[in-house]
Design a binder for this molecule. Structure first.
Ligand code: ZN
Ligand code: ZN
Length: 254
């Protein structure tokens, strides 16, 4: 697979000094794709065909709902729902034995067959147009990070002074490094990222510990330091930005 560089957004994200630049980029992408989807609701371009077929995950339905473009969301949900109903008719009319396959019985698996009615319903509702786009963009950004580290000395310094990544994005960056770096570059990159990550995980862990110790009356008069928002940052470091300020979407007036 061929990957392309996307340098400017990556450099901008690193300038913010956040806990995970890829989370920052993920939120900006989501914001942009939510707009694109709602705008495409009034036309019939390729996005509309995709959204009718694939639909959206809970998070991205929620983000679109928050925009208050009620008509755009309704138009899109309506035509998606028509396609879902057509699929559901086939699934429900097709029936299902509900029995486990011989193989899964032998394995002692409690899971129903993937051809069962509930499995087909779950598969139909799986997938999200916005998630697909965001994942593609983040793959490109992770690739850019791995490449820039060796081609742009200013970025190399920025990365080494950054706060590392959340764990899902750490895995993504290392994954892209394995796929695209060769020779001595791969171990050099892995080593730099590993040192950065451990140092920053321990930093956040220490800040979280101080947060808990501040509840001891003996620490009443002592300063909070960086610990006031340590629970949010610790959760975001482990899971990707999902709570607190770092997870907030850009403000909109619509
Ligand atoms: Zn992240
Ligand atoms: Zn989604």
């Amino acid at each position: 697979m061929k990957y392309t560089l996307d340098t400017i957004p990556v450099l901008d994200a690193y300038k913010t000094g956040c806990e995970c630049p890829l989370c920052k980029l993920r939120i900006l992408c989501e914001d942009q794709y939510v707009d694109t989807m709602l705008a495409s609701a009034y036309m019939e371009p390729e996005w509309r065909i995709k959204s009718n077929e694939t639909g959206f995950c809970t998070r991205h339905f929620e983000l679109m709902f928050d925009r208050r473009n009620r008509l755009g969301l309704a138009l899109m949900t309506h035509t998606h729902m028509q396609e879902v109903i057509a699929s559901l008719e086939k699934i429900l009319e097709g029936g299902s034995t509900g029995k486990k396959s011989l193989l899964s019985s032998l394995r002692g698996s409690g899971k129903a067959d993937e051809n069962s009615m509930p499995a087909k319903i779950r598969a139909r509702m799986d997938g999200c147009v916005i998630c697909e786009q965001v994942d593609k963009a983040l793959t490109r950004y992770a690739y850019t990070i791995a490449q820039l580290y060796f081609t742009n000395s200013e970025f190399k310094a920025q990365l080494e002074q950054s706060k590392g990544f959340c764990l899902p994005h750490l895995a993504l960056v290392l994954d892209m490094a394995e796929k695209t770096l060769s020779g001595a570059q791969l171990p050099a990159f892995q080593k730099a990222v590993a040192a950065l990550e451990i140092e920053n995980l321990k930093r956040v862990e220490g800040e979280l510990e101080w947060f808990t110790l501040k509840f001891d009356y003996r620490n009443d008069g002592k300063p909070w330091g960086n610990s006031k928002d340590a629970p949010e940052r610790a959760i975001n470091k482990l899971m990707g930005a999902c709570v607190g300020e770092e997870a907030q979407m850009p403000a909109h007036n619509d």
